[in-house]
Design a protein around this ligand. Structure first.
Ligand code: NAD
Length: 497
């Protein structure tokens, strides 16, 4: 019988009583790895009740003890690094190196969460009025929840619950139903690290389970990462239910190439950033804007993409793996056809890609379009596959205008040898994460992941100081301790006296 993924409720890994299960498959072979349940109403309620009860004791647990759980957790994640990466590769198809990167970028957040005592320090001012002091405390919210996408099954759950839990909250995670095995292994190690019963719960499922979290009146905050339509729905529904919501959505990231940039470096960076992870990264470069004479480099870009080839996770020569599902492949191939129909020049077509030994994999070869115009569907829609669009402009100003007109604002990058051009770009561009001669500028966890515009709904971003603000309230105390027994009578003004 196919293995069934358990739920994680009240500190126990339990089999769901649900009648609804879906298969989780290896995208390189279609082998069914396990079945994932859609949690029942009573299971969801039990998860909430346990998280609520755990909050009462966890919020009183000394902050250094909470930090120590994170210290042990990061050590365990490092110890089990390769084993987790192998699970991650099996359910996402990512190459082993890329799977290790997925986990590593999450471990860095756990390291950051271990610094929680300094991140939760309040502020103090003495003598705000005569013998009156004001000081603030940062306190947790309560039960928080997170909903995560398929494309980073280690990193993105680890963006959320370590920061929320280190801050004193308890957390319900609803991971992607397409790759639940990685987050379950992360949860097992969290228990081993000493996380008390109930601080983390994992519910599997889809819209119905997400709706439970969005409509539950006592869940205080929702973190979401996923596609634009779902991200908008989560933000609207969550805020309508009076919750704090941070919603990270889709993207269309542009790389601007100036003609003074180091050509070979540019070309190598374009290849890795566009088709790496089969283009299934929210920070992937999906549009390259060639400025002026950099237009001439199209054919070298094509040569570089032709060298990239998909393959199985343990093939050391593979540049990237399959896309997540046959449906994703069909959607990507449909968009490629649309690009052709709408008049873009298809320089490289990855639709008929074959990988020897893996006839059933969801393979899409590197695909390159030139002559792409902003009104085309392939420019406007997030393809989320190994497809790169080349756009040509005459000046940096035109490149900036093009990007600023995009509804998305997750990431962008620029390759140049000119400090002045780079300074202009970083200042004028309306995108939240900017790389200068860096193709995928994902900030490390002491900063925050700061997407803008249609790529993010909310105000406080993931990890870093902003995550602590998102998962906490500030309490400000104004206090006077009387030195002398002097009573000056009632004060009818708002001034402190
Ligand atoms: P998705 O939106 O399909 O799913 C994300 C999560 O939402 C999953 O847990 C899923 O079960 C749930 N969900 C799906 N449909 C729902 C519905 N109708 N109502 C409520 N919940 C629903 O996204 P995906 O395909 O798993 O992930 C890829 C997307 O995520 C891409 O658009 C990518 O750009 C985006 N992404 C964004 C970031 C970022 O930081 N901005 C990071 C990674 C991925």
């Amino acid at each position: 019988m196919t293995k069934r993924v358990p739920l994680f409720i009240d500190g126990e890994f339990v089999q769901s009583q649900s009648e609804q299960f879906i298969p989780v498959t290896n995208p390189a072979t279609q082998e069914v790895l396990c079945e994932v349940p859609f949690a029942t109403q009573s299971e969801m309620e039990a998860a909430y009740e346990s998280a609520k009860a755990a909050f009462e004791t966890w919020k009183e647990t000394p902050i250094s003890d909470r930090a120590r759980v994170m210290m042990r957790y990061q050590a365990l994640l490092k110890e089990h690094h390769d084993e987790i990466a192998e699970i991650l590769s099996s359910e996402t198809g990512k190459t082993f190196e890329d799977a290790k990167g997925d986990l590593w970028r999450g471990i860095e957040v756990v390291e950051h969460a271990a610094n929680i005592p300094s991140l939760m320090m309040g502020e103090t001012v003495e003598n705000v009025a005569r013998e009156i002091d004001t000081y603030s405390y940062i306190q947790p919210l309560g039960v928080c929840a997170g909903i995560t996408p398929f494309n980073f099954p280690a990193m993105i759950p680890l963006w959320m619950y370590p920061m929320a839990i280190a801050s004193g909250n308890t957390f319900i995670l609803k991971p992607s139903e397409q790759d639940p095995l990685t987050p379950m292994r992360l949860a097992e190690l969290f228990v081993e690290a000493g996380a008390p019963k109930g601080v983390l719960q994992i519910l599997h499922g889809g819209k119905e389970q997400v709706d439970f979290l969005l409509h539950h009146e006592d869940i205080r905050a929702i973190s979401f990462v996923g596609s634009v339509p779902v991200g908008q729905y989560i933000y609207k529904t969550g805020t309508d239910n009076m919750k704090r919501v941070q919603s990270f959505a889709g993207a269309k990231n542009h790389m601007v190439v100036m003609p003074d940039a180091a050509k070979q470096r540019v070309i190598n960076n374009i290849a890795g950033a566009s088709v790496g992870a089969a283009g299934q990264r929210c920070m992937a470069i999906s549009v390259t804007v060639l400025v002026g004479e950099a237009r001439e480099w199209k054919h070298e870009i094509k040569e570089a993409l032709m060298q990239a080839r998909p393959g199985a996770w343990n093939d050391p020569g593979a540049s990237y793996g399959p896309v997540i599902s046959p449906q994703a492949k069909e959607r990507i191939c449909g968009l490629i056809q649309k690009g052709v129909d709408e008049g873009a020049e298809l320089l490289l077509d990855g639709r008929d890609c074959v990988v020897e030994g893996y006839p059933d994999g969801n393979w899409v070869g590197p695909t390159l379009f030139a002559g792409v115009k902003p009104e085309m569907t392939i420019y406007q829609e997030e393809i989320f596959g190994p497809v790169l669009c080349l756009v040509e402009v005459d000046t940096l100003d035109e490149a900036i205008e093009l990007i600023n007109n995009s509804p998305y604002g997750n990431g962008t990058s620029m390759f140049t040898a000119s400090g002045a051009a780079a300074r202009k770009f970083q200042h004028e561009i309306e995108v939240g994460q900017v790389g200068i001669n860096i193709p995928i500028p994902v900030p490390l966890p002491f900063f925050s992941f700061t997407g803008w515009k249609g790529s993010f709904y909310g105000d406080q971003h993931a990890y870093g100081k902003q995550a602590v603000r998102f998962y906490t309230e500030t309490k400000t105390v104004t206090a006077r301790w009387f030195n002398e027994d002097i009573e000056s009578g009632p004060n009818f003004s708002i001034n402190l006296k």
